[in-house]
Design a protein around this ligand. Structure first.
Ligand code: SAM
Length: 216
């Protein structure tokens, strides 16, 4: 049975972080690596898309304790957990979809998203990435750490499967239900470039997990 996106994560809150760190290949390396790719400057303003309980933020706060975070997530339980983990940090946490929440313009030194954007199509991502690009300051950049389809066939297979399951369960196509539909790295890069980012580079990869850097 497909589950609504926010409910899927909230119902797995207990044990969520342990699962992420122990069941996802190389997670104990890619979280600190991701944090290290972000600006190492006191007071950095950072936007986190799908921040969850803030695994990446925990590593980042160790490096830049004075960072100012705007975190967006659909799951209220994940945001409550994040808030209680870091009560003294400067964080604005917004409950909602990053497709709908306004980001503002020229507001952030950098943005990050870890293990969240593999649920959406290239067509859905282009306007999101356009909004994200505008939210970054001059010279700002976006670090995307996520897992990707290893071929177009795999990408198409997951997308068709989600479509089939939604149809079977009478769920509207545009509703957010949890089902992984990763793009290939090439399609992800195309979405970022189509949205106006000036360059996209692969910084590192471990199996299907890649860290991409998109410069405003
Ligand atoms: C696997 S968790 C990753 C959380 C955190 N970044 C980490 O790596 O531990 C994916 C998160 O993305 C959030 N999410 C998925 N789609 C979203 C959307 N459209 N808007 C906001 N948050 C979303 C989920 O609620 C969930 O908390």
């Amino acid at each position: 049975m497909l589950e609504k996106m926010g409910e899927f994560f909230d119902s797995r809150l207990s044990g969520y972080e342990e699962h992420q760190l122990t069941c996802i290949d190389s997670a104990q390396v890619f979280y600190p690596f991701t944090a290290n790719c972000l600006p190492q400057v006191p007071g950095t303003r950072l936007l986190d898309l799908g921040c969850g309980t803030g695994l990446e933020l925990g590593y980042y706060f160790e490096m830049v304790p004075s960072a100012e975070i705007m975190g967006i997530d659909l799951a209220p339980g994940m945001l409550n957990e994040l808030h209680s983990k870091f009560p003294d940090k400067i964080m604005t946490l917004v409950l909602g979809s990053y497709f709908d929440v306004p980001f503002g313009e020229n507001a952030y030194d950098a943005a990050v998203s870890v293990e969240s954007l593999h649920h959406f199509t290239k067509e859905e991502k282009i306007p999101l990435y356009g909004k994200l690009r505008k939210a970054l300051k001059q010279g700002g950049y976006f670090i995307l750490t996520d897992y990707f389809a290893m071929s177009e066939e795999e990408e198409l297979f997951h997308r068709a499967e989600l479509h089939r399951l939604k149809k079977e369960q009478n769920i509207a196509d545009e509703a957010f239900y949890h089902y992984d539909t990763p793009l290939t790295v090439e399609h992800e890069k195309e979405a970022l470039i189509n949205a106006g980012f000036s360059s996209v580079t692969v910084l590192k990869s471990w199996g299907a997990t890649y860290v991409l850097k998109a410069v405003r």
